[in-house]
Ligand binder design. Structure first.
Ligand SMILES: Cc1ncc(COP(=O)(O)O)c(C=O)c1O
Length: 476
């Protein structure tokens, strides 16, 4: 008889003969799983069995400190007791209900998010739910295109990432994600982001931010620059999609003056500001929304990932009333069976309550500063570390060739990821693995998104493990 069920968790009483070995699972995966739905395939792909707090565990019980937390979807730690309990409560009460009906969790969650945005940005608005980040981006595109009477062109940033559905790919800078799928007539106009480390030499961070805005503003100087009709005062572009801190782009942090200056140009030309907080939202940077660091008011905010701590998927859009009121955006404008699902909204509601009861801002800024100090120390010791930076607990380690600490080295970062997954790094007589994520324009940045609940000793362990991994790859 074929064994087709997976290995039971350690300590389970299920019979041993039902367990598939890791080799058997990998053989099945090679044959039956699409590889099109995954990224950064390590060879062989790693299988995890269990998670807790800041750690993942493999079938042998080996412990891996996770410094990426499912691309920042698990901000509040694996198996967070309070959030898992909310899931269990909902499971026992109202786990399913068709989205044409209402349930209290959806309504309360929308009200919390909308009131918070009104208090912070001064605009009454509403919240619209969907399942994943890309789908919420699609919904935001509909909101913008509808409000701007069919204008379908957007500005977005070089190095920006908004998802891989067709509409989200059109405003994501990498052509790689579009190459095989035909013509994208509504492909965004991609504008340089103030990535200071790789910007022109001799400019301060602020000067470079100002320079980038000036370059963008040039587009509106004359009708011959391609985007603006001065006779009627109308732009061909409806909105600018921004990640305040670039996520997949390598946790690039712009200067403080940048968004204020950019918004002035957008306001002068009737272009909406849509902020993608899918990766940086929910206190990753020390604020509920990372845009709060930059003193501008968005027209729409798109969120996802950590709102449920990576449990039942939920994403959504907050938009100003003018864009989203039921007259302009009536029932059926978008719909998806699972959009405001009770399990997702219940855990998100509990997560929002938790965020309001705890001083995440202070906690995240303090822990982030501690980690950044440790990373700076590593930069001083390892020439392959070209740049480190961080805002709250979104931290970056840019890996470069040792001869100039500047030429990007994807190969060294790939080796770091592989070394981490070996699970054999000794610290105080115990073996650990390290889970790292790769980002960046040159795929040479370790993007660090630890659990916001990481303890002081786990932060020290993170720095020790990074030290050991950097040592190994520097020696080769
Ligand atoms: C900034 C940003 N926008 C959009 C997305 C797409 O979200 P999802 O992967 O849930 O579709 C991501 C995912 O990584 C993201 O980081």
């Amino acid at each position: 008889m074929q064994k087709l069920i997976s290995r039971p968790p350690r300590g389970s009483n299920e019979p041993a003969e039902q367990q598939l070995s890791e080799a058997e699972l990998l053989a099945l995966e090679a044959n039956y799983c699409s590889h099109g739905d995954t990224v950064h395939y390590t060879n062989p792909p790693k299988i995890f069995e269990r998670a807790d707090g800041s750690f993942l565990y493999d079938a042998d019980g080996k412990e891996y400190l996770d410094l990426q937390m499912w691309y920042s979807a698990v901000n509040f730690g694996y198996r967070n007791e309070r959030l898992n309990a909310a899931v269990r409560r909902q499971l026992d009460r109202l786990p399913q209900v068709a989205s044409q009906y209402l349930h209290r969790e959806k309504i309360e969650l929308a009200a919390i998010l909308a009131r918070d945005a009104q208090q912070k940005f001064g605009s009454k608005g509403r919240v619209h739910f969907n399942v994943g980040g890309s789908q919420a981006i699609e919904d935001s595109l509909k909101l913008v295109r509808n409000f701007k009477q069919g204008k379908s062109l957007m500005f977005a940033f070089e190095g920006g990432y908004h998802g891989r559905t067709l509409g989200a790919s059109a405003i994501t800078s990498s052509y790689r994600y579009r190459r095989r799928y035909g013509h994208f007539g509504d492909r965004a106009h991609f504008i340089p982001f103030p990535y200071h480390f790789r910007g022109p030499k001799g400019m301060s961070k602020e000067e470079y931010g100002h320079h980038c805005v000036k370059q963008f503003e040039r587009l509106f100087e004359s009708e011959y620059n391609g985007v603006w009709d001065p006779k009627v005062g109308e732009a061909e572009y409806a909105a600018f999609y921004v990640e305040p801190i670039q996520g997949t782009g390598g946790y690039v942090i712009p200067p403080k003056n940048f968004f204020v200056e950019l918004k002035r140009v957008l306001d002068a030309h009737g272009i909406l500001l849509v902020v993608d907080e899918i990766q940086m939202g929910f206190y990753r940077t020390g604020k509920l929304w990372s845009i709060e660091h930059f003193g501008v008011k968005p027209d729409a905010i798109v969120f996802g990932k950590a709102i449920t701590n990576g449990l039942n998927p939920l994403a959504g859009v907050w938009a100003r009333e003018e864009l989203i009121n039921p007259t302009i955006f009536p029932p059926g404008s978008t719909h998806s069976t699972f959009n405001a699902n009770p399990m997702g909204t219940a855990v998100a509601l509990e997560a929002m309550k938790m965020m309001r009861e705890t001083d995440y801002e202070k906690m995240v800024m303090d822990k982030g500063a501690y980690l950044l100090e440790g990373l700076e120390e590593l930069k001083r010791r390892y020439p392959i570390v070209g740049d480190v930076d961080g805002l709250g607990m979104a931290l970056r380690l840019e890996i470069c060739e040792p001869h100039d600490s500047f030429t990007p080295s994807k190969a060294i970062v790939d080796r770091m990821v592989d070394e981490g997954l070996k699970g054999d790094i000794e610290v105080d007589g115990k073996s650990y693995g390290l889970v790292l994520d790769i980002g960046g324009y040159h795929k040479n940045v370790v993007t660090l998104a630890p659990s916001l609940h990481i303890s002081k000793s786990e932060m020290d362990l993170s720095l020790q493990l990074l030290d050991r991994v950097l040592y190994r790859v520097s020696k080769e």
